[in-house]
Design a protein around this ligand. Sequence first.
Ligand SMILES: [Zn+2]
Length: 67
Amino acid sequence: MPKRNLRFVKRVRNVPVLGICEYCKAQFSGDPAMGNAQSAIQAQFNVHKCKPEDAGQPAARAVPEGK
Ligand SMILES: [Zn+2]
Protein backbone atom coordinates (compact mmCIF):
# COMPACT_ATOMS: atom_id res chain seq x y z
CA MET A 1 0.00 0.00 0.00
CA PRO A 2 1.57 3.27 -1.07
CA LYS A 3 1.79 6.05 1.42
CA ARG A 4 -0.73 8.66 0.44
CA ASN A 5 -1.93 11.86 1.86
CA LEU A 6 -5.09 13.86 1.42
CA ARG A 7 -4.66 17.56 0.96
CA PHE A 8 -7.48 20.07 0.91
CA VAL A 9 -6.86 22.60 -1.80
CA LYS A 10 -10.03 24.64 -1.71
CA ARG A 11 -12.24 25.84 1.09
CA VAL A 12 -15.48 27.72 1.27
CA ARG A 13 -16.11 29.46 4.56
CA ASN A 14 -13.52 27.27 6.25
CA VAL A 15 -15.19 24.13 4.93
CA PRO A 16 -13.02 22.08 2.62
CA VAL A 17 -14.73 21.49 -0.72
CA LEU A 18 -11.93 20.10 -2.81
CA GLY A 19 -9.22 17.68 -1.85
CA ILE A 20 -6.52 15.92 -3.79
CA CYS A 21 -4.48 12.84 -3.21
CA GLU A 22 -0.88 13.99 -3.00
CA TYR A 23 0.25 10.64 -4.33
CA CYS A 24 -1.79 10.27 -7.54
CA LYS A 25 -3.37 13.74 -7.80
CA ALA A 26 -6.90 12.34 -7.86
CA GLN A 27 -9.45 14.98 -6.93
CA PHE A 28 -12.34 14.67 -4.54
CA SER A 29 -15.03 17.25 -4.17
CA GLY A 30 -17.60 17.77 -1.49
CA ASP A 31 -20.71 19.86 -1.27
CA PRO A 32 -20.46 22.48 1.49
CA ALA A 33 -24.24 22.69 1.54
CA MET A 34 -24.35 19.14 2.83
CA GLY A 35 -22.56 20.18 5.98
CA ASN A 36 -20.19 17.23 6.04
CA ALA A 37 -18.10 18.02 2.99
CA GLN A 38 -14.87 17.21 4.78
CA SER A 39 -15.93 13.72 5.79
CA ALA A 40 -17.42 13.14 2.34
CA ILE A 41 -14.10 14.06 0.76
CA GLN A 42 -12.25 11.97 3.30
CA ALA A 43 -14.51 9.00 2.53
CA GLN A 44 -13.89 9.30 -1.21
CA PHE A 45 -10.19 9.53 -0.54
CA ASN A 46 -10.28 6.44 1.66
CA VAL A 47 -11.86 4.25 -1.00
CA HIS A 48 -10.06 5.52 -4.08
CA LYS A 49 -7.26 3.55 -5.64
CA CYS A 50 -4.10 5.39 -6.43
CA LYS A 51 -3.07 5.35 -10.02
CA PRO A 52 0.65 5.15 -10.70
CA GLU A 53 1.98 8.37 -12.13
CA ASP A 54 3.50 6.75 -15.17
CA ALA A 55 0.38 4.95 -16.36
CA GLY A 56 1.79 4.33 -19.78
CA GLN A 57 1.73 0.55 -19.55
CA PRO A 58 -0.78 -1.00 -21.95
CA ALA A 59 -3.08 -3.25 -19.97
CA ALA A 60 -4.26 -5.28 -22.92
CA ARG A 61 -1.49 -7.72 -23.60
CA ALA A 62 -2.78 -10.65 -25.60
CA VAL A 63 0.26 -12.87 -25.17
CA PRO A 64 0.27 -14.55 -21.77
CA GLU A 65 3.56 -15.11 -19.99
CA GLY A 66 4.74 -18.69 -20.26
CA LYS A 67 4.68 -20.67 -17.07
ZN1 LIG B 1 -4.30 8.49 -4.75
